[in-house]
Design a protein around this ligand. Structure first.
Ligand SMILES: Nc1nc2c(ncn2[C@@H]2O[C@H](COP(=O)(O)OP(=O)(O)OP(=O)(O)O)[C@@H](O)[C@H]2O)c(=O)[nH]1
Ligand SMILES: [Mg+2]
Length: 358
């Protein structure tokens, strides 16, 4: 509530002033005649003092008018702001589109590689190498782009078949990756598809179970198997299998971080003549762990890779990461538990297709 006193000559003048200042809803609380103070009061007509009040919640007319104006101005401002926002977002999305276009038709493929767990740095390197060659040609069709990408990935993957004269094949690697199963698959293929005389050796100083696994398999297939418990027994085992065209050597899984176990294994393998040593890796293992395993097992001088369990993952980038970082060829891949069916000779074309999500 606002209360104000007015000193006016007459009541009309007072009412006008009150309406103007306090608004049309102002009420008159009191009015009385007053004389001006001092000697002048005796010579001039008396004035009227009006006390008026207005509810401040009720806006005076001018204030109401001003409020309406302000609301209109705010509306306008909001409209302008939202137009500005739309404009900025149109500019930004245009900018993004231009950036993607500037990166060329291969940019989407790089994203695809990263989604398949190819390391970002490697994906960028691949993109850069392709870009240098094909940057000028922005009119490439998607089909051509796919072929160029596939070719590039194949260059980075190294696959290599086993040489015909390979005789002693050794399977090393971490626990449970599928060494014994892969050995059994290959033994069956060599024996039944290639008519080779196959012998097996198991180096197992840790678990009797692993020996039994291979023995059972040897019993079923009728292949000879020798158990070697110390490096000095190796020569005798090889001698016993001298009639075999091919000898497959199984080893117990080693924890890569256990240097002693890996060194001990190296001791066994060092006495083998011209072995082909496969490091068996699971495609489900994280890239960083694969690097660690490859590093720790380097003591045993493996020279080839086998990737197992491709059926248990949906991203195959780890294979490309490993191949791009090291120079070991991939010779086999395995795709399930069935012996001998779920094994394939590694081909870069198939691997590239898997890595590109095909
Ligand atoms: N899904 C799938 N399973 C596989 C594959 N290869 C092997 N396995 C399974 O993996 C498990 C371990 O296989 P093993 O051959 O015993 O593995 P290992 O490397 O010899 O194990 P250790 O001797 O204990 O170190 C078994 O259940 C196999 O059937 C594969 O390619 N795909
Ligand atoms: Mg085993």
């Amino acid at each position: 509530m606002k209360i104000k006193k007015y000193c006016v000559d007459n009541i009309q003048e007072g009412m006008q002033l009150i309406k103007k200042e306090l608004g049309p809803d102002a009420i008159i609380i009191q009015s009385r005649k007053v004389r001006e103070r001092g000697w002048r009061g005796f010579f001039t007509p008396p004035k009227i003092e009006i006390t008026a009040a207005a509810d401040t919640a009720v806006m005076p007319f001018q204030a109401a008018l001003a409020g309406q104006e302000q609301a209109k101005a705010e509306d306008k401002l909001h409209k302008e702001l939202s137009e500005l926002k739309q404009l900025v977002s149109r500019l930004v999305s245009g900018q993004q589109r231009r950036e993607i276009e500037a990166k060329g038709p291969f940019y989407q493929w790089m994203q695809q590689l990263i989604a398949h767990d190819v390391e970002e740095e490697l994906a960028q390197q691949i993109l850069a190498e392709i870009h240098d060659k094909f940057a000028a040609d922005n009119e490439l069709s998607q089909e051509v782009v796919a072929i160029i990408m596939q070719k590039k990935i194949r260059e980075k993957l190294r696959t290599e078949e086993l040489p015909d004269n390979a005789r002693i094949l050794v399977f090393v690697g971490p626990t449970g990756v599928g060494k014994t199963t892969t050995l059994a698959k290959l033994a069956a293929r060599f024996a039944f598809y290639q008519n080779k005389k196959v012998g097996m050796i198991t180096i197992d100083t840790y678990r009797v179970g692993a020996v039994d696994q291979l023995r059972t398999y040897a019993d079923i297939t009728g292949m000879p198997v020798e158990v070697v418990m110390a490096p000095k027994e190796m020569a005798a085992a090889l001698e016993k299998l001298s009639a075999c065209d091919i000898i497959l050597v199984d080893t117990a899984g080693r924890n890569a971080k256990n240097t002693m176990q890996v060194s001990e294994l190296a001791g066994f393998l060092s006495v083998l003549p011209a072995p082909e040593i496969f490091l068996v890796l699971s495609a489900t293992t994280k890239t960083r762990d694969l690097y660690m395993i490859m590093d720790k097992f380097s003591r045993v001088n493996y020279n080839r890779l086998i990737f197992t369990k491709l059926d248990e993952t949906t991203t195959y980038g780890a294979i490309l990461n490993v191949c791009a970082k090291t120079n070991y060829p991939v010779t086999y891949i395995t795709t399930g538990q069935n012996v001998p069916d779920d094994l394939e000779v590694a081909h870069s074309e198939k691997l590239a297709n898997l890595i590109l999500g095909g």
